[in-house]
Ligand binder design. Structure first.
Ligand code: G3P
Length: 216
């Protein structure tokens, strides 16, 4: 499973990168807005920090507008992935982006039928939003299971990018369901390695070692 960080914050990206398991970045207009920075230069900096795919989202809602923005975003760096909303205009733009050789991540996916359409249209990634489904008391993870089955049935190469992950268990469940990528906030990424019994166990090992005067 690939790990992406869902953030536009440079400090978080640098910190996560140090662990050596970071594969890419996803951003969205809300995350970029939080940084108070000019969009193009921020994405450019992120692309330099992380050699893997960096999703940058368009804000137009019509196909021609999306294409205009996509062309500009693609100029920033070769690892930019164009993020388009999963609406009819987005699918039209997806087809044309792919024909132009641009990589595309289809965002705001909430049902398997949307994922089926974007795979047929050649998306590189589809982003089902798990947490936002859970927020309205719907089992978000079921969407991943359904998409996995459909993609495997037909051999679609579109990668399932589990998004809107709110806690480590979401990451584990997405991995069990066969998602190709998990994108998560830094707070979730940090928690993936944490377990109190690991800390207690390490403390005890070191205390026993010290008590016995071992290693001298
Ligand atoms: O980047 C898309 C997605 O991960 C957003 O997550 O927590 O705002 O629902 P969230």
């Amino acid at each position: 499973m690939k790990f992406f960080l869902d953030t536009a914050n440079l400090d978080q990206i640098k910190a996560a990168r140090e662990l050596g398991v970071l594969d890419g970045i996803t951003t969205n207009p809300s995350l970029v807005a939080q940084e108070g920075r000019e969009f193009t230069s921020l994405i450019s900096e992120i692309c330099k920090l992380v050699p893997g795919p960096v999703s940058a989202e368009v804000t137009a809602t019509d196909c021609e507008g999306m294409l205009r923005e996509a062309r500009e975003l693609a100029k920033i760096a070769p690892n930019v992935v164009i993020k388009l909303p999963t609406i009819a205009e987005g699918v039209k733009a997806l087809v044309r982006c792919r024909a132009a050789g641009l990589n595309v991540n289809m965002t705001l996916c909430f049902q398997a039928s949307q994922a089926l359409i974007v795979a047929k249209a050649g998306a590189n990634y589809v982003s089902p939003f798990i947490g936002r489904f859970d927020d309205i008391s719907m089992p978000g993870m079921e969407v991943i299971h359904d998409i996995r089955q459909i993609y495997d049935n037909y051999g679609f190469k579109t990668e399932i990018l589990a998004a809107s992950l709110r806690h480590p268990l979401h990451v584990v469940e997405a991995a069990k369901a066969g998602a190709d990528v998990a994108t998560m906030p830094y707070a979730v990424f940090e928690k993936l390695l944490k377990h109190p019994l690991t800390d207690i166990g390490l403390e005890r090992f070191l205390a026993d070692w010290k008590k016995a005067g071992a290693g001298r």
